[in-house]
Design a protein around this ligand. Sequence first.
Ligand code: ZN
Length: 310
Amino acid sequence: MDVLISEVGPRDGLQSITAIMPLAAKKAWIAAEAAAGVREIEVGSFVPAKHLPQLADTAEVVAFARTIPGLTVAVLVPNARGAEAAIAAGADKITLPLSVSETHSLANLRRTHAQMIAEARAIATTIAALPRQQRPHFEGSLSTVFGCTLEGAIPDALIARLAGELAAAGCDEIGLSDTTGYADPAAVHRLVKLVRGVVGDDRLTGIHLHNTRGLGLANVLAGLDAGLTTFDSSLGGLGGCPFAPGATGNIVTEDLAFMLDAMGIDTGIDLQKLIAVRTILAESLPGEPLYGFLPDAGLPRGFRSVAAAA
Ligand code: ZN
C-alpha cells in the first residue's frame, strides 16, 4: 500500500446531518468498507450525547470495529475526558483537534489555545502510563488551519507555534485540517512545508480536506507532491456543505480511491466493492444526498486496478 485513505464518514459525515444512522447500519458500513480494503476508519467521536446524538453510540461502534482484523479504529476527542473514554473503549488512534483560530476554539470547544495544549499534555500523559501495546496513536490536528469563517486567515507564525506546542505536549503526529474548505493547492504546499519545518517530516504525514469549493482532489494532489501519505475522505461525500448546496463535505472516498488507483498508486481498495457500500448509506439514510462522480460514471473501459494487480 502506497497511500492510506482514512474513511471519516462515520464521524465527520454523520455529525453533519440531522438523521441518526442506526447502530446496525454503522456496523454494516464499517465492516463492508473494511472488506473493500479500507485500512483506517474514524468511527465516531467521544463528545457528550446531548451535543451530538448522531454519535452517542461511539463506544459500541468502537467495540465492534475492533473485531475487524487489520483495521485501525480511529476516533475524535474534544478533550482529555473524551480521550479517557476512547482509551477505555479500545480505540487504536485518537485525534484531538486544536483550532488555530482561538475565536473558533472558544466558540466550538469553549477553550483557549493554552487550555487545549494542556488537554493534549494530559492525554499524552495518560497514554504514556499505559502498557506499550495498549497505547493508541495520538494525533493533534491543527483545524481551521487554512482559514476560519470567524477570523479569516491565521498567521503562519501562530500556526508554527501551535504545531510546536502540540508536538512538545506529546502528540505522536500533527495533522492539518481544512475544516472550512478554504484550502488551495499552493496553501497545502506552504503549510506542509511550514509545519514539517517545525515538527519534522515524519510527524506530519496526513491531511483532512473538504471539497466545499471544489478543490478537494486538487489539494490531495498538492499533498501527494508535498510528500503526504494519508488522506481523509468520506464515502458518498456524506454530510455535504450547509453553506454551499450541491457541494460535498469531505472529499468523496470513491473518487479519491479512483484517482489514486488510476495514477498507479496502491491504496489496497477494491473500487467495485467500495461503490457497493453506498447501498448501506442509501438504505439507512433515506433522502440523504450522496455525492461522487465515479459511482455514476463507472470505471473506464479496460480499467486495470493496481490494487488488483498487486
Ligand atoms: Zn471535517
